[in-house]
Structures are given as structure tokens and as C-alpha cells.
Ligand binder design. Structure first.
Ligand code: NAD
Ligand code: MG
Length: 403
């Protein structure tokens, strides 16, 4: 009998945001391959019951929560279950779990700016970084890509579109898209739950309607971003940094079935697309096992069941967030960080019923015109721009945009 075990080295994984939609899907893929992946640290914010359940199943060396009170509670639960998991809390712990020498790979699946510091720490420590947390690249793309290059870290996009683009590009794409014969990137978008709504009807939409995505089940923030199409805007910026693609080389294509996850058009007329059922376990499995392919639990695509695929250009008038993101990308510096921060405040206010849906884009646009922006510079510059944009957005909600 021949043993193949010598080929496989177990990877120790830190999951940032293990209790979220991406975190749960990540653990589901890991669960199918216990010989390949073990959990080093599971990190979440405040959903203790879920995190404790995960600790029982995956017996990580560490678990991280928001604060000391929650940490004590989780530690007591772990002790009573006879688990050796050590419980830590706060941003420093997230940074430590992302950069510890024992860690092979980090799944960056915290939502929003809160994921920036730990994900950057993973990049600086030369880890394999599986990036779902797109806000990191939007806020600090230059810094983050620089850290990846300096440390020799491996960056694998988990966002389905970018994962599809990675699959459709040659492996040596970092020598430049032009040199690889790439004409443009076709970034597909479902169009979200309001794809067919008239502008006038977008005034009344509720958080519940915004979160009812036709094809994907996701966390609340990215669901609202999909409804406003800011998600696609953030993804344009993400693609720019990941693939060194100029903004005019990235074309958004509305594709309501979410079967083609994105495509790359080449100079010879070829268009290479990646297709699959809309289930994040496919890009997660690809990132985990790259360049190998492993079972993810996702069924193969049944083309006869799908029967047809549709494509439309985006409507920048009904979805102004998309245009705002392109503008911020072209402006550069801290403009995308300001856009991202204003958007996070706007989405939270909309979910809280303090801001109308159509005012999400108006608020972001006003913040972008009021704040000058500057060079991206250091992490400190980015965090300062983020803080100032949040403050301005909160003030505007009180003064100008209150519902
Ligand atoms: P989610 O809201 O379901 O989960 C977020 C996770 O982050 C949770 O585990 C939460 O505990 C943790 N978290 C939140 N704030 C935190 C903080 N301050 N400190 C520590 N942990 C914190 O979100 P999601 O849908 O899983 O999305 C996560 C990221 O992946 C987002 O950036 C999103 O844009 C991106 N993404 C998600 C999908 C998807 O299908 N859900 C697809 C592509 C990209
Ligand atoms: Mg996506």
C-alpha cells in the first residue's frame, strides 16, 4: 500500500469572523478535510453560543471575542466542556492570531474596517491570506499590496468575482495584464434585489427588502451593499488592487442568474469565464487548496436547469454608488477609505431605519465632497481619514438626512 500522507501538510488556519456567513462556509469546507486543515484560532465579535459550538467541534488553540466580559463567559463554557481552548479578546488578540508563527493561513472574513488591522498583520507576517474582507483593499489597497509583496505573502481572493478572475487569468498575471494579452476584466453583478425597481420606488424600500438577495445568502452589510450596488463599486476597487487593473479596464456586467462569477476578455477574442452555483464554498475551497481542487460540498452546475444566461449594462442613474466608487478610485489617495467609511455609517443607519435607502448614495457623495482627501501614506493616515469620514457622516445624518 502506498501512503500519500507525506504530500499533505496540515495547515493551521486562523478564521477572522468565524461566526459570519463566510466564516461558517469556511468551517464547512474545513470540516470535510480534517486531514488538511485544523483551526488555530476562531475569532468573532459577540455571538458566544455559535462560537462555543464551533470551539467544541474544531477545538482551536485560541478563540477571540470582543471584550473581557465575553471572554470570561466563553472561557467558563470551554472549561466546563473540558476544552483546552484559550480565550482572548480585542484587536491586539486578532492581530496576534493573524501573525503568530504557528499560523499557516488566515481567512479574513470580518466585515468592514474592523478587519483592516488583523488582515494587514497577516500580510506583513507573510501568511497565506484568503481575503473575503474587501473593505481592507478599498481602504488601504496600496499599503496592503505593498505588505503582501514585501513579506512574500500569498494573497488569494475569496470574493466570488475575484476568485473567478484569478481562475481565468494565467498564473503569472503579476507580470502585468497587458503583457498577458488581457483586454479587460468583466466583473459580473446580479443587480441585487432592486435590479428592476424604478427610481421612484427606491424611496420606500425597507432593510428587510434590501437584505432579501435573490441569489446569495450573506451578512446584512454586504446585502445592503448589493442592493445599492456599492458592493460592485467596492469590488471594482478590489479588482484594481488585486490585478493591477486600470479602472477603464474593469467593466461591470449585470448578470441576474449569478452563474458566471466573472470573466476575462483577451486580445485574441477569447473570453474565459468561471461558472458555478452561487455558493461561497466554491471560492473558499479554491483559496484553501490553491492550486489544487478539493470537494467543497457544492453541487456541479446543471446547465440544462439554468437554460439561459442574461447580460445587461449597469444603470448608473438608479445606482449612483457604483459611479461614486469609480470616481473615488480615479481620485485615489484616501478617497476610497472615505467612501468606505461613509458607506459603513450609511448602511448601519439604513439598517437602523435612520436613513432612507436613496440617501445612502447622497450621504456618501456629500461626505466625499466635504472632505479633501490626501495621499494614502501610512496606516495612521488611512485610519484618520476613516475616522473623519465617519464623524462627518454621523453629523450629516443628524442635520441633513434624518428620516
Ligand atoms: P457577517 O456579518 O455574516 O459576518 C461578519 C463576521 O465578522 C462575524 O463573525 C462577526 O462576529 C465578525 N465581526 C464583525 N465585527 C467585528 C469586530 N469589530 N471584531 C471582530 N469580529 C467582528 O458578514 P459576511 O457576509 O460573512 O461578510 C464578511 C466579509 O466577507 C465582508 O467584508 C463581505 O463583504 C465579504 N464577502 C462576503 C460574501 C458573502 O457571501 N457573505 C461574499 C463576498 C465577500
Ligand atoms: Mg462578490
Amino acid at each position: 500500500m502506498v501512503s500519500h500522507h507525506w504530500r499533505q501538510i496540515v495547515q493551521r488556519i486562523t478564521v477572522l469572523g468565524s461566526t459570519g456567513s463566510i466564516g461558517i462556509s469556511t468551517l464547512d469546507v474545513m470540516r470535510r478535510h480534517p486531514d488538511r486543515y485544523v483551526a488555530y484560532a476562531l475569532c468573532a465579535h459577540s455571538q458566544l453560543d455559535k462560537l462555543f459550538e464551533q470551539c467544541r467541534e474544531f477545538t482551536p488553540r485560541f478563540a477571540v471575542v470582543r471584550d473581557a466580559v465575553l471572554a470570561d463567559q466563553l472561557a467558563a463554557l470551554c472549561r466546563s466542556a473540558g476544552l483546552a481552548t484559550e480565550v482572548l479578546y480585542g484587536v491586539e488578540a486578532l492581530v496576534e492570531m493573524s501573525s503568530a508563527p504557528e499560523v499557516d493561513a488566515v481567512m479574513a472574513a470580518i466585515v468592514g474596517a474592523a478587519g483592516l488591522e488583523p488582515t494587514l498583520a497577516a500580510a506583513r507576517a507573510g501568511k497565506k491570506v484568503m481575503l473575503a474582507n474587501k473593505e481592507v483593499l478599498v481602504m488601504a489597497g496600496e499599503l496592503f499590496m505593498h505588505a503582501i509583496k514585501e513579506s512574500g505573502a500569498q494573497l488569494l481572493p475569496v470574493d466570488s468575482e475575484h476568485n473567478a478572475i484569478l481562475q481565468a487569468l494565467p498564473t503569472d498575471f503579476s507580470r502585468g495584464l497587458e503583457a498577458c494579452g488581457v483586454q479587460r476584466i468583466l466583473l459580473t453583478a446580479s443587480g441585487g434585489p432592486f435590479r428592476e425597481k424604478a427610481l421612484a420606488d427606491l424611496h420606500q424600500v425597507t432593510p428587510e427588502e434590501a437584505c432579501a438577495h435573490p441569489n446569495w445568502v450573506m451578512g446584512p452589510k454586504i446585502s445592503v451593499d448589493s442592493a445599492s450596488m456599492m458592493n460592485k463599486g467596492l469590488e471594482v476597487i478590489e479588482a484594481h488592487w488585486l490585478f493591477a487593473a486600470a479602472p477603464e479596464k474593469i467593466q461591470v456586467v449585470i448578470h441576474p442568474q449569478s452563474v458566471i462569477h466573472s470573466a476575462v476578455a483577451y486580445n485574441d477574442g477569447s473570453v474565459l469565464a468561471q461558472m458555478g452555483n452561487p455558493d461561497m464554498r466554491t471560492p473558499i475551497a479554491y483559496a484553501l487548496a490553491y492550486p489544487e481542487r478539493i470537494a467543497s460540498g457544492v453541487e456541479a452546475l446543471d446547465l440544462f436547469k439554468i437554460a439561459r444566461l442574461d447580460f445587461y449594462p449597469p444603470d448608473f442613474e438608479r445606482f449612483p454608488c457604483l459611479a461614486l466608487a469609480y470616481d473615488a478610485l480615479r481620485e485615489g489617495g484616501t478617497a476610497p477609505a472615505i467612501l468606505n467609511a461613509a458607506n459603513e455609517v450609511a448602511v448601519a443607519a439604513f439598517l437602523d431605519r435612520k436613513l432612507a435607502f436613496i440617501n445612502i448614495s447622497r450621504l456618501i457623495e456629500t461626505v466625499l465632497t466635504q472632505l479633501p482627501g490626501g495621499p494614502e501614506g501610512s496606516l495612521g493616515d488611512v485610519l484618520a481619514a476613516d475616522a473623519e469620514a465617519r464623524l462627518t457622516a454621523h453629523q450629516l445624518i443628524k442635520k441633513q438626512f434624518s428620516t
